[in-house]
Design a protein around this ligand. Structure first.
Ligand code: T4K
Length: 366
């Protein structure tokens, strides 16, 4: 069985040492020792000022919107995991979908202004597959119109632009540490912010709104990362660079073996961006390739290879969102076209060359 991803697991005996410490301390959650250590270690590793750990990325997104008191309408992309828009819905915010760029599959910054109304309060773009959005242009629009920017950076752990973390752009960025991500804590997530006051508010919000034993300053939620997750995170951090280097090898082999095949297109690395190879998406154009994306998906599946059609269907096509004016096909031609063609191939550090050769062999079958 080959899945689209497989978490890289650190040596079990090393994890047992952490577990023994948790057993000794009997401190299992709520800003424990490993939690504090991980926040510090991640700030250093990622090159960011403040990070607040969460139990998963979805709760981090929901809380990020609460942190900045976002209301009304928010401009976002339909080409993402459904949690991006769900986070708006859970906050009673109306998503306004804007089409994506054909080059990066990210929210098209040139189309944002036309979607702004008096009710718009923020922009929620996604660095899809870890490829950075047009951060400068998005900030320029946000400054002009007085909007907040919250990046869904769930695919962008460790991504830098000219050596600067992509997480340093916008007002807040949100990470996911789900098992399927480049860096994982089983389940987990984080919000990155740039000042101590905001970090304080985020920390209150993820712990029911408690500021101290007797003071509740806001209607918070329980989104705390526990000590087992944090310990796993500390251990994973030791191995994450090695894992990314192995992913880079997998990506390179796909590129070499799928290059030049009519009807198959893949994203090139972007200049000045250090990629982490969260995913390896390809586009399959049926007319020139001779088979559709779903033909390839099914052929792989028959051979116990489970690729994924991230992100199909588009979020705008789900029942909760499809009635919105911005969700209509005429507004999202690029996203609709990409969603029909995209297939994410298996990519993870332990994917063996023979397994990868078999995947490529099957894709090339006519
Ligand atoms: N924003 C964006 C842009 C996101 O991509 C995500 C999550 C979020 C927000 C929300 O963050 P979290 O709340 O999840 O932290 C997965 C993940 O559940 C989700 O985290 C991820 N994005 C999304 C893109 O993919 P599924 O339902 O496709 O994954 P699942 O659980 O079926 O796993 C895929 C394959 O990976 C499995 O078939 C087998 C393999 N696998 C999976 C797990 C969980 C393993 O080998 N081991 C495992 O432990 O959603």
């Amino acid at each position: 069985m080959i899945y689209v991803t497989q978490p890289s697991m650190p040596p079990l005996e090393e994890f047992v040492e952490y577990l023994e410490k948790i057993w000794e301390s009997k401190y299992l959650t709520n800003n424990g020792q490993f939690h504090q250590e991980l926040e510090k270690a991640l700030c250093e590793h990622l090159g960011v000022k403040y990070i607040s750990l969460f139990s998963n990325g979805t709760l981090a997104l929901i809380s990020a919107l609460q942190t900045l008191r976002i209301t009304g309408e928010v401009i976002t992309t339909p080409f993402s995991f459904v949690a991006t828009t769900h986070a708006l819905h859970w906050n009673g915010i109306k998503p306004v979908f804007v089409d994506i760029e054909p080059e990066t599959f990210n929210l098209n910054a040139n189309k944002i202004e036309a979607a702004i109304t008096p009710k718009t309060t923020a922009i929620l773009p996604v660095h899809v597959y870890g490829n950075p959005c047009n951060v400068d242009k998005i900030q320029q629009i946000a400054d002009t119109y007085g909007l907040k920017v919250i990046y869904d950076a769930c695919h962008a752990f460790g991504v830098n632009i000219n050596g600067n973390s992509v997480l340093n752009f916008g007002d807040l960025s949100v990470l996911s540490f789900h098992a399927t991500k480049v860096y994982n804590t089983f389940e987990g997530g984080a919000i990155i912010c740039h000042d101590a006051a905001t970090k304080k508010r985020i920390d209150f919000l993820k712990n029911f709104g408690f500021a101290d034993e007797l003071t509740v300053v806001a209607p918070g939620i329980n989104a705390k990362m526990n000590e087992v997750q944090a310990a796993f995170g500390l251990l994973q951090l030791k191995y994450v660079d090695e894992a990314i280097a192995k992913r880079a090898m997998v990506a390179k082999r796909y590129r070499e073996s799928l290059k030049g095949i009519p009807g198959i297109h893949f994203l090139e690395d972007i200049e000045n961006v250090s990629p982490v190879h969260s995913y390896f998406p390809i586009l399959i154009a049926p007319q020139s390739f001779g088979k559709s994306r779903d033909d390839v998906y099914n052929l792989l599946k028959q051979n116990n290879i489970y690729s994924r059609r991230y992100f199909y269907p588009l979020i705008s096509q789900f029942p909760t969102y499809k009635a919105y004016e911005s969700a209509q096909s005429s507004n999202l031609p690029i996203a609709e076209s990409i969603a029909k063609q995209v297939l994410c191939l298996p990519i993870y550090p332990d994917l063996e060359i023979e397994q990868q050769n078999r995947i490529v062999y099957l894709i090339k079958q006519r």
